[in-house]
Write a protein that binds this ligand. Structure first.
Ligand code: MRU
Length: 353
C-alpha cells in the first residue's frame, strides 16, 4: 500500500475557523482566520473555500460561530434567523449547504425546546458542526474504497474541477476514488481538465496531485474528445453539487460535455458524491438553480483581460448531466449502478438515508 499525504483544508481552534485560502493556491499556502459568520459567508461567496461538501461544512461552523456572536453580544436569539439566511444565500447550487444548515437549525430548535443554558447551545452547535465535518471525511474514505474497485489495475482517468481534499473535509470524492486506487497500488494516470474559468483543475487538483505524487497531465477543457478518440481515457470520474430524485447531476460547467463524449466513445462515466448531495425534493435537473457568476471571470485569465471590454460573456458555473448518461453513482453507502428514480429511492431507503 502506498503512503498518501493527508491534506485538510480547514481547522477549528478556539471557536475560530482557519481556512486554506484556495484563491492563493498553488502559489502560496495562506491560512485565513474567520471569526464571524459574516466572514464565513464572504469566504464561501468569494470561493476562498469551495466544493459542495466543504461549503456545507464551513457553513455549519459559520452557523455555530454566528450563534456564539449573538450570545456574546447579548442580542436576542431571534437574530439566529439572520445568521441562517446570510449563510444560506451565499451560493445556490450545492445542496450540501442547505443540508448542513438545516441540520444545524434542527439542533438549535431542539435546544430552544429543552430549556438548557446558552453555553450548552454553543457547545452543542460546535459539536454538531464537527460531526458533519468528521462524517464527511469518513464518507470520502468509504467512497474511495467502493469507487477504486471500479478502476482497472492500469488506468487513465479523466476528471473535472476539484473534488479532492480541498473540496471536502479531506481525501475527496471523485479525486478520493483516484487517491484510494493509487494508495492500493493501481497504476493510475490522471488527466486533469483545467476547468475554465475558475481553473479549479489547474490550480487545485493539479496541486493536490503534485502533493501526493500521483502521475497526471493537465489538459485544456476542450482536449477531452480528442484524447478519448485516441483511446487514451479509460474512465471519467467527477463529483456532484446536487443529485436529484431522478438521478440528474449538477456539477461544474463542462461536466455534461464530458458525459456526452464519454457515452459516444463507450467510456464509463462515474459520479462520486456523499449521500448529503442527494436532493430528493428536487425531481429533475431542470429544477436545480444554476449559479451564474460575474462575466469578468470569463473575460480574464490569471489576472489578464482576454476579451474586448464591449464583449458580453456568459458564466454559468454549473451544468446538468442527465441520469441516462451516468454509468454509476459512487456513495459512502455503496454504488448505485442503475441511475434512475426507482433505484435511487430503493438504494437510499434500504441504507437508511
Ligand atoms: O464552484 P465550485 O468550485 O464550488 O464547484 C465545485 C464542483 O463543481 C465540484 O465538482 C463539486 O462541488 C463536488 S466537490 C467534492
Amino acid at each position: 500500500m502506498r503512503k498518501i499525504k493527508d491534506i485538510r483544508p480547514i481547522q477549528l481552534k478556539d471557536h475560530k475557523l482557519y481556512v486554506l485560502n484556495q484563491l492563493k493556491l498553488p502559489r502560496k499556502k495562506e491560512w485565513l482566520e474567520l471569526s464571524t459568520y459574516q466572514e464565513v459567508a464572504e469566504a464561501i461567496e468569494k470561493m476562498i473555500i469551495r466544493g459542495a461538501p466543504l461549503i456545507g461544512i464551513v457553513a455549519a461552523y459559520g452557523f455555530a460561530i454566528g450563534v456564539k456572536q449573538i450570545i456574546d453580544q447579548n442580542k436576542p436569539l431571534e437574530k439566529v434567523k439572520d445568521v441562517f439566511e446570510r449563510l444560506k444565500n451565499t451560493r445556490p447550487t450545492a445542496v450540501n449547504l442547505f443540508w448542513a444548515l438545516e441540520r444545524m437549525w434542527k439542533k438549535f430548535e431542539k435546544w430552544t425546546g429543552e430549556g438548557k443554558k446558552e453555553e450548552d447551545l454553543i457547545k452543542d452547535l460546535f459539536k454538531e458542526a464537527e460531526r458533519i465535518d468528521l462524517e464527511d471525511y469518513h464518507a470520502n474514505k468509504a467512497i474511495g474504497g467502493y469507487g477504486q474497485v471500479l478502476l482497472p489495475e492500469k488506468c487513465n482517468v479523466l476528471t473535472h474541477c476539484n473534488t479532492g481534499a480541498l473540496a471536502t473535509s479531506g481525501w475527496g470524492t471523485a479525486l478520493g476514488v483516484i487517491r484510494s486506487a493509487y494508495e492500493n497500488g493501481k497504476d493510475i494516470t490522471v488527466y486533469v481538465d483545467e476547468t475554465r474559468p475558475y481553473l479549479q483543475g489547474s490550480r487545485l487538483t493539479a496541486w493536490e496531485l503534485v502533493e501526493e505524487g500521483i502521475p497526471h497531465y493537465l489538459i485544456t477543457d476542450n482536449s477531452a474528445g480528442f484524447l478519448m478518440s485516441k483511446g487514451l481515457i479509460d474512465a471519467v470520474i467527477v463529483g456532484a453539487d446536487r443529485i436529484t430524485a431522478s438521478g440528474d447531476v449538477a456539477n461544474k460547467i463542462g461536466t455534461y460535455t464530458l458525459a456526452v463524449l464519454a457515452e459516444s466513445h463507450g467510456i464509463p462515466f462515474y459520479v462520486a458524491a456523499p449521500t448529503s448531495t442527494f436532493d430528493l425534493d428536487t425531481e429533475s435537473g431542470k429544477d436545480i438553480p444554476i449559479e451564474e457568476r460575474s462575466q469578468l471571470e470569463v473575460k480574464s485569465c490569471g489576472g489578464c483581460e482576454i476579451a474586448p471590454e464591449e464583449t458580453e460573456a456568459l458564466n454559468y458555473s454549473f451544468d446538468v448531466t442527465p441520469a441516462s448518461k451516468i454509468t454509476a453513482i459512487i456513495t459512502e453507502k455503496g454504488i448505485i449502478s442503475h441511475v434512475d428514480r426507482d433505484h435511487i429511492t430503493k438504494f437510499l431507503r434500504y441504507r437508511g438515508v
